[in-house]
Design a protein around this ligand. Structure first.
Ligand SMILES: NC(=O)C1=CN([C@@H]2O[C@H](COP(=O)(O)OP(=O)(O)OC[C@H]3O[C@@H](n4cnc5c(N)ncnc54)[C@H](O)[C@@H]3O)[C@@H](O)[C@H]2O)C=CC1
Ligand SMILES: O=C([O-])CC(=O)C(=O)O
Length: 341
């Protein structure tokens, strides 16, 4: 009752916050930085983060075209102040004071390419951006979107270690798009309301390293083994499906911006002390023998609060888990080696 009176008398932004469980005086200031903000993902992600009432300062950085994106997004009448930064000389200013840095900087795939084919260009971009993060905002959470995520996350970890700033609780590979796809495809075959469907996705973010756990989907839809296999394959190939449909004009941007915004929102809620925020993410992990692994993660005031274990797997998922380990291990090692060259 008190809350609903507060909601009615507050400004639209505050109303949103109050509905989400925040008393108006307790909403902290949060600076979010997007590196690669003028790109295919960066632009819609900038829009979605501008709509997020948990953000007080939105810093948009790219090597080109950021002033236009910042001016455009900055006219939207929501809480955050927007600033745009372009070029290396301004990277430090863009990052200073960040609570959360989201990285969709780098080249996307064209048909016929694997995510690993992006390594040669994107590894260097992520390395340089990570050096700057270590220097200007070592306390920030980092959400890595740039592919190949299975290698770019280990690259960032190694760069942070070299700088003496590594905190494994603060580095995340964004695998939320895999979860978004698994939910959509599962609901589509099960006649369930997609908004109520949950499906954990574990492993990594490339081909067979993406392992949706449909046996743990909720609600359970009792699909045939053949259908579960087909849904698993479609989730694993979801990125390629979009790359082929875009026919040379890039990869997933809109669904990725949505997924990136969801994951960033979860990180901000965790930082703000909202309890029981659990999302799948590719993080430093001991739940398998691999040093990085995507699984459910409880988010809190310091980033990762707990890496949850895999839970019971079906025989099909157990096979998938064993099958993905060699590729994921080699992608992780490739990233570590690159960062230490
Ligand atoms: N993790 C995931 O689930 C997904 C990851 N991706 C990956 O996200 C990345 C970006 O994809 P798109 O936005 O479609 O590409 P894009 O080419 O449209 O945009 C990339 C942006 O990064 C900028 N950029 C390049 N070097 C930079 C640097 N050193 N600092 C800051 N910005 C820099 C470019 O100027 C460009 O604006 C790709 O690597 C893609 O594979 C894409 C979809 C899903
Ligand atoms: O497939 C790609 O290259 C982009 C990506 O990671 C995805 O859409 O999952």
């Amino acid at each position: 009752m008190f809350r609903s009176m507060l909601v009615r008398s507050a400004s639209p932004v505050k109303q949103g916050l109050l509905r989400r469980g925040f008393a108006s005086e307790s909403v902290p200031d949060r600076k979010v930085v997007i590196l690669g903000a003028a790109g295919g993902i960066g632009q819609p992600l900038s829009l979605l983060m501008k709509l997020n009432p948990l953000v007080s300062s939105l810093s948009l950085y790219d090597i080109a075209n950021t002033p236009g994106v910042a001016a455009d997004v900055g006219h939207i009448n929501t809480r955050s102040q927007v600033s745009g930064y372009m070029g290396d000389d301004n990277l430090g200013k863009a990052l200073e004071g960040a609570d959360l840095v989201i990285i969709p900087a780098g080249v996307p795939r064209k048909p016929g390419m694997t995510r690993d084919d992006l390594f040669n260009i994107n590894a260097g971009i992520v390395k340089n951006l990570s050096i700057a993060i270590a220097k200007y905002c070592p306390q920030a959470l980092v959400n890595m979107i740039s592919n190949p995520v299975n290698s770019t996350v280990p690259i960032a970890a190694e760069i942070f270690k070299k700088a003496g700033t590594y905190d494994e609780k603060k580095l995340f590979g964004v695998t939320t798009l895999d979860v978004v796809r698994a939910k959509t495809f599962y609901a589509g075959k099960s006649n369930l309301n997609v908004a109520e469907v949950n499906v954990p996705v574990v492993g990594g973010h490339a081909g067979i390293t993406i392992l949706p756990l449909f046996s743990q989907a909720s609600p359970q839809a009792n699909l045939s083994d053949d259908l579960i296999k087909a849904l698993t394959k479609r989730t694993q190939d979801g990125g390629t499906e979009v790359v082929e449909a875009k026919a040379g004009k890039g990869s997933a941007t809109l669904s990725m911006a949505y997924a990136g915004a969801l994951f960033a929102d979860a990180c901000l809620k965790g930082l703000n002390g909202v309890p029981d925020v659990v999302e799948c993410s590719f993080v430093q992990s001991t739940i398998t023998e691999l040093p990085f692994f995507a699984s459910k993660v409880r988010l809190g005031k310091n980033g990762v609060e707990e890496v949850l274990d895999l839970g019971p797997l079906s025989d099909f998922e157990k096979e998938g888990l064993e099958a993905l380990k060699a590729e994921l291990k080699s992608s992780i090692e490739k990233g570590i080696k690159f960062a230490n060259q």
